[in-house]
Design a protein around this ligand. Structure first.
Ligand code: BGP
Length: 485
């Protein structure tokens, strides 16, 4: 009889851990030579249920650069990981982390983005972080660009819209690959690259004055430059550190069809294709035909250099990573919209929502994993998933059963997907320590196993407190995903 060789449980070497980003945890925005970043000029949201990420223009940047406080710009203060990293990594180690995902702030290494000489103090900070991780045998997973870049590059050349940014970025990547050679096995190029279709926070391009179609054109152009830069970085990494692996990173958002009407199913398929397009390029090395068609039918013209297609084809990524928070629904006719981390979409009446209106869909994770595995046949890595919630401190404790429930249900579905034959490398839940929210820059939207005493205005002792979920995740890791009770 035929016997399956696929594992029935989490593989022994499965990488359990947590994920963060420099601009949401580090703080220390103006010390040790660091330059100002694009994330640090985005004001916190006035309405916490709305995105604050796309209201940046020349005027707001000017206002931000004249304001040297952190009150309106919370990503400047983060949760001061810059000075608490030893304590925080010790807590991650206590939970048994096998991997810690964090990003390097490009502007710590190259404050203006285009210097020849790197800022030694910036390189030294991440050396200290790596020393600490090595002490506890925690594998680093580093994102090269997580929703920020040196602001100077926006001011000088409008961020990724300018082709010169490719050279600036690949100078930075060459320097960090050489400097950290042998110490980092897993790298990611651009965080949630697809969200560049939503503008400034990912591309560093000021385009709010443009009409919609022109904006779309500009964004896909900037993203083309990132796709090329990502392929060049992959090639560099393989040459500089042959043991190391490069992954791409997508905000994966499966789109369901609102009905079984074929027109609706087709509308959902197109949404899905537009989402997967980025991973198609990064994992398969070429622009898919459906996207070329979409560009030509929508008046989008992407300028490519003669050798770009070859560069993309030469260096596909080694593994495919993605964030997973929700699924959406679409139909040929627009429906009621709900919130989400990158886009809005139709409401799914079968699903519950988080306090921020994000639809919770654990089974969707199994579907996503199966589809991604079928499409790419490259190892998958879930590098973000989690629940942003309002936590209450009660006599020094946080009883966050809602978070445990959310994570448990998603991990159960991961296990199902592994049994379906999906090759899954690891899972880094988002925000193992409370941090500044990406979309609203508030502190009260908390994801962590570890509570940080800081409010939305930045008041608080920054004391770290273990939540109930801290002890739960420790058990999950210790039992390699078997004990989810
Ligand atoms: C992803 C981003 C993260 C992040 C997370 C949660 O889109 O990669 O940086 O913060 O979503 O989003 P939020 O902080 O807005 O709740």
């Amino acid at each position: 009889m035929y016997k399956s060789s696929f594992p029935k449980e989490f593989p022994k070497e499965f990488l359990w851990g947590g994920a963060t980003a420099a601009n949401q945890i580090e703080g220390a925005w103006n010390v040790d030579g660091k330059g100002l970043t694009t994330a640090e000029v985005v004001r916190k949201a006035d309405d916490r249920k709305k995105m604050s990420m796309n209201v940046v223009d020349a005027k707001s940047i000017k206002e931000a650069t004249n304001d040297l406080t952190t009150v309106n710009y919370p990503k400047r203060r983060g949760v001061d990981f810059y000075h608490h990293y030893k304590e925080d990594i010790k807590l991650f180690a206590e939970m048994g982390f096998k991997v810690f995902r964090f990003s390097i702030a490009w502007a710590r290494i190259f404050p203006q983005g285009d210097e020849q000489q790197a800022n030694e103090k910036g390189l030294a900070f991440y050396d200290r972080v790596l020393d600490e991780l090595e002490k506890y045998n925690i594998e680093p997973l580093i994102t090269l660009s997580h929703y920020e870049m040196p602001l100077a590059l926006t001011q000088k050349q409008n961020g990724w819209l300018d082709r010169r940014t490719i050279a600036d970025f690949t100078h930075y990547t060459e320097v960090v690959f050489k400097h950290y050679r042998g110490r980092v096995r897993y790298w990611l190029s651009f965080n949630e690259i697809n969200t560049g279709t939503w503008g400034f926070h990912e591309t560093g391009v000021v385009d709010s004055h443009l009409k919609k179609q022109e904006q779309e054109n500009v964004r896909y152009q900037a993203l083309h430059h990132q796709l090329v830069a990502s392929a060049i970085a992959t090639k560099q990494l393989h040459e500089i550190d042959p043991e190391a692996k490069m992954g791409c990173m997508l905000a994966r958002m499966q789109t369901y069809s609102a009905t079984c009407k074929p027109e609706d199913v087709r509308a959902a398929q197109l949404e899905d294709q537009k989402n997967l397009f980025f991973t198609d390029v990064q994992a398969r090395g070429e622009y898919p035909e459906f996207m070329n068609r979409y560009f030509s039918e929508n008046g989008i013209q992407i300028k490519m250099a003669a050798h770009d297609q070859q560069v993309l084809a030469e260096s596909p990524v080694d593994f495919v990573s993605f964030s997973y928070y929700m699924t959406t629904v679409t139909s040929a006719i627009a429906e009621e919209e709900v919130n989400g981390n990158m886009s809005t979409g139709g409401r799914n009446k079968y699903l519950e929502e988080s306090d921020w209106g994000w639809q919770i869909d654990p089974v969707g994770l199994r579907i996503t994993l199966n589809e991604m595995w079928d499409r790419y046949r490259k190892p998958l890595f879930i590098v973000e998933n989690g629940l942003g919630a309002l936590d209450k401190l009660e006599s020094g404790k946080i009883h966050d059963d809602y978070r445990i429930n959310y994570l448990r249900k998603h991990i159960e579905q991961m296990k199902q997907a592994i049994k379906d034959g999906v090759q899954l490398m690891g899972y880094t839940m988002w925000g193992p320590i409370d941090l500044i929210s990406f979309s609203t820059s508030e502190m009260s939207k908390r994801y962590g196993f570890i509570y940080v005493d800081q409010d939305d205005e930045g008041n608080g002792s920054l004391k770290r407190i273990k939540k109930d979920s801290f002890y739960w995740y420790k058990k999950v890791i210790l039992s390699n995903g078997e004990d989810l009770a």
